[in-house]
Design a binder for this molecule. Structure first.
Ligand SMILES: Nc1ncnc2c1ncn2[C@@H]1O[C@H](COP(=O)(O)OP(=O)(O)OP(=O)(O)O)[C@@H](O)[C@H]1O
Length: 548
């Protein structure tokens, strides 16, 4: 992720140049201003006028320079934030589906909100601040150097002391910041759950229980923030003390020089102003540094979240199904658990229609997850014609399959876009799919027809209508393989039977359908009905291919 940030270097460079020029010009003006003061005190009117005009011209230059520096800073911030967030989103979509699901969604949500806010404030803003104050510091050093080079050395000593304090405090602060990020993650997950369960909580009077949990989680989170702030307070206190001591030393020496005739009034003022310009940036940078370094833990955590733990090479571009899908002695177990499927042999022929039944928890959905490439078998091979499914590129394979699941996701968009998923289809194709999926009436009776607006998460669409939209999507995609997992559970008997009939009539499309309902009149039309039970796949009635 830091590499992405580094790619915004041209914006950062322009910002550095403009901010640097501005800081140095201001420093130079201060030196001339103090000279002007000495000229006024020694009554050199002619020189005073010349210096005044020169200073006025510099002052006029400051305005456009300051505007340009601020604009370039804002542009850098925008680009840096954008590029890191794009990187994160790309990373999420680079994850394997099963690994994405294995993590709570709240983790990603918390990163995109809490962690990126922290990164914006503590890394990007601080980076700019360090550049900005860095130039003020250099200008200040230059100013006191012109008074006395030893003063500049005292300024550098101050930097060393404050840097040492920052380095020493970095490790514990970093650790606490990472812990707070983890707490944010749990907290976001909890809030998400509480809001999703609004109805259950209200109807079952669970609010008092929720309230206590909420308070506990909020307190833990706030307390962690308090601990971090307390540590930072001690760090800032130590840094301020060292700064104040150094200032006193410089001002004391400059004042002594003026009193003993070894310096002018202007030089004392220049030393004070210079010291202020050294001190102020050091304080600001010292305060920003621990925060900036603490983002290291968050960035490492983000990179870790984006990694796929199981990586394997997929080299096969071609994914179309011409003959059959064969399971050859396929064994599968979820991580750390006993096998769900054990040495299963089963065949699904191209264009065949298969029904999968079996007891709850028997492994039906797991079989489909293997076919969807969410997981790979731990032993044995799934062959697509003569190619192992594992080696086929996911993108190529996913284009050839359609999934219809119980929980159908709908975008907040028109019915048309939810059906076509933003691809181009002719009106005839769309209406043919709508007819087969039993959605024709729905479109005709809703205002706007295909342009009917579907609300967030399909709030204005029933469960059965959602299933039919998902089926219509599959039909439109002309997939080689349609995988249905209890897709009709929200439909009434007649509608489910009608749609199943349409699926059974699809030519050249292989349909693998998990259902707990078996329509007797359709039984004969299936090419195979399999029972998934006791880690095996058994033929239930007709027997085109025998399992195990
Ligand atoms: N991601 C997972 N991690 C760990 N175990 C899982 C996971 N998904 C499913 N299981 C377990 O695997 C077993 C088989 O689950 P699966 O969903 O395949 O069964 P199913 O036959 O489809 O059940 P149902 O008819 O109730 O949907 C169950 O014991 C389930 O708890």
């Amino acid at each position: 992720m830091l590499k992405k940030l580094m790619k915004t270097w041209p914006y950062l460079l322009i910002t550095v140049i403009l901010t640097g020029t501005l800081g140095m010009l201001e420093g130079y003006m201060m030196i001339r201003l103090m000279n002007l003061l000495d000229l006024a005190l020694s009554k050199q009117m002619h020189m005073f006028k010349t210096y005044s005009l020169e200073l006025l011209s510099y002052a006029l230059m400051l305005v456009p320079l300051a505007i340009a520096a601020t604009l370039s800073k804002n542009l850098f911030k925008k680009k840096a934030n954008e590029s890191m967030k794009y990187y994160y989103l790309e990373g999420i979509y680079g994850k394997n589906i099963n690994e994405f699901h294995a993590q709570n969604n709240a983790k990603y949500l918390s990163t995109l909100t809490n962690d990126f806010n922290t990164i914006e404030m503590k890394l990007i803003d601080s980076l700019y601040m360090i550049i900005d104050f860095g130039t003020v510091f250099v200008a200040g050093l230059w100013m006191i150097w012109t008074v006395n080079p030893w003063f500049a050395l005292i300024g550098l000593g101050l930097v060393t002391v404050n840097t040492t304090i920052t380095v020493l405090s970095n490790k514990p602060i970093n650790k606490q910041t990472k812990l707070r990020s983890d707490l944010f993650e749990t907290y976001t997950g909890y809030i998400k759950e509480v809001l999703s369960a609004f109805h259950i909580i209200k109807n079952n009077n669970l609010y008092s229980r929720i309230k206590d949990n909420f308070r506990k989680q909020s307190e833990t989170l706030q307390h962690k923030g308090y601990l971090i702030d307390r540590m930072l307070t001690y760090v800032y206190g130590a840094q301020n003390l060292s700064s104040d001591l150094m200032v006193l030393i410089v001002i004391g020496i400059a004042g002594y020089f003026a009193l003993t005739g070894r310096g002018t009034v202007g030089s004392v003022l220049l030393a004070v102003e210079g010291m202020y310009r050294i001190l102020w940036p050091i304080n600001m940078i010292s305060e920003a540094m621990p925060g900036l370094l603490s983002t290291k833990g968050i960035i490492e955590k983000i990179e870790e979240t984006l990694k796929n733990t199981v990586e394997y090479e997929e080299h096969e571009e071609e994914a179309s199904l011409k003959e059959a899908i064969y399971f050859e002695r396929v064994t599968f177990a979820y991580e750390g658990q006993e096998a769900i499927l054990d040495e299963v042999d089963v065949t699904f022929k191209k264009g065949g229609k298969y029904l999968i039944i079996g007891p709850s928890g028997g492994g039906k959905s797991t079989l489909l997850k293997l076919l969807r490439k969410y997981f790979n078998p731990i032993k044995g091979t799934i062959w697509i014609d003569h190619k192992p499914l594992k080696g086929i590129k996911k993108e190529a394979y996913f284009r050839k399959i359609t999934n219809v699941e119980q929980k159908v996701f709908l975008f907040e968009d028109t019915l048309r876009n939810n059906l076509t998923l933003y691809k181009d289809y002719s009106e005839e194709e769309i209406w043919a799919a709508l007819t087969k999926a039993g959605l024709k009436e729905f479109v005709k009776t809703h205002e706007g027809g295909l342009d009917y607006m579907i609300y967030e998460d399909g709030k204005n669409v029933s469960g059965g209508e959602k299933s039919r939209i998902a089926i219509a999507r599959g039909l439109l995609e002309h997939a080689d393989l349609i995988l249905l997992d209890e897709a009709f559970s929200a439909l009434d008997y007649d509608k489910a039977r009608e749609i199943e009939q349409s699926l059974l009539e699809l030519e050249d499309v292989t349909v693998i359908h998990i259902s707990h309902v078996l329509f007797r009149e359709h039984e004969e039309q299936y090419d195979g009905i399999y029972m998934v039970k006791n880690k095996k796949v058994y033929p239930y009635k007709k027997t085109p291919m025998i399992a195990s």
